[in-house]
Design a protein around this ligand. Structure first.
Ligand code: NCD
Length: 306
């Protein structure tokens, strides 16, 4: 693969990425065949920010490949709490493991990690900027549901400003043929300038609206996100915006019968629980695909995958 580390969602070419997704499909079909691939290898799992799915699916992925895991799940239990710099932490772990997976509240932290080690580094979310392995999970889910990654109208709703999953997904899937976006958000949570500039420069089509009911009927995929409370400066703004779009039965009636509803989770309030029974709701399956996508990624990055 061209890149040693996965820091930005564009680090792998479309061909390399398709290769990882195909491997993920083969692993899902026969996981036992891959149970010894990472024997003797160690993954350092460094989570400086809360996580359920990303951390546990990464750790499970390494264990299911026969490897082992070290790490921490909150910065309070690492020497960061004593004031150690990120680069010093990484230079130490460089002596212990074969691969680093890092989540950090600061944008650019994963890149700093990669600059301080010879090991491959995987960005498991850096502040409000990027979340490339969630994108692999999302692509896997869309591929399974729609049997394609091209010719799609993708709706993204909620917190498009701070939602790093959207920032990575839009730039990535925008590389496939005839993919366009409908961005649904309140004015204050519209897509950030860096994403707009990227889509404009690449000639990727998108429209922006605040009206979910009028736009949902045109979507093949609807990617819901929660309002990112921890990235707001002001609690009042969060409270005002948090329930602005709630996907419910009424809105689902306006959608295509084969819509695929995704959400990176955690859900707070933005999808009514009644929707979980709708066959178009794929977010828990999506969490399941995260395991196979990460198994494939680790296998490709550390070598030895067939
Ligand atoms: C996302 C994240 O951490 O950015 N969650 C995840 O990794 N599945 C989305 C979110 O926290 O809202």
């Amino acid at each position: 693969m061209r890149a040693k580390s996965l820091i930005s969602t564009l680090d792998f070419t479309v061909e390399e990425q398709d290769d990882i997704l195909s491997l993920a499909g083969r692993i899902a079909a026969a996981p036992g065949d891959y149970g010894h691939l990472m024997g003797g290898r160690i993954m350092a799992s460094l989570f400086f920010e809360p996580s359920t799915r990303t951390r546990l699916s990464f750790e499970t992925a390494m264990l299911r490949l026969g490897g082992q895991v070290i790490g921490f799940s909150e910065s309070a239990s690492s020497s960061a709490a004593k004031g150690e710099s990120l680069s010093d932490t990484i230079r130490t772990i460089d002596k212990y493991a074969d691969l680093i997976v890092i989540r950090h509240p600061k944008e650019g932290a994963a890149r700093v990690a990669a600059e301080n080690t010879s090991m491959p580094v995987i960005n498991a979310g850096d502040g409000g900027r990027e979340h490339p392995t969630q994108t692999l999970t999302d692509l896997m889910t869309i591929r399974q549901a729609k049997r394609r990654l091209d010719n799609l109208v993708i709706g993204c709703a909620g917190d498009l400003k701070f939602g790093r999953t959207i920032h990575s997904l839009a730039r990535n899937i925008g590389r496939y043929k005839n993919v366009s976006f409908i961005f649904v958000s309140p004015e204050e949570l519209r897509i950030p300038t860096f994403l707009r500039a990227h889509l404009d420069a690449e000639g990727i089509r998108y429209e922006e609206t605040a009206d979910m009911e009028r736009s949902i009927g045109g979507m093949d995929v609807l990617y819901m996100t929660r309002v990112q409370r921890e990235r707001f400066f002001n609690e009042q703004d969060y409270i005002r915006l948090k329930d602005v779009y709630i996907l419910d039965t009424h809105k689902m009636r306006l959608a295509k019968p084969d819509l695929a509803v995704l959400h990176p989770l955690p859900r707070v309030n933005e999808i009514a629980y009644e929707i979980d029974r709708d066959p178009r709701a794929l977010y828990f399956e999506q969490a399941g695909w995260g395991l196979y996508a990460r198994m494939a990624l680790i296998a490709k990055m550390l070598g030895g995958a067939v």
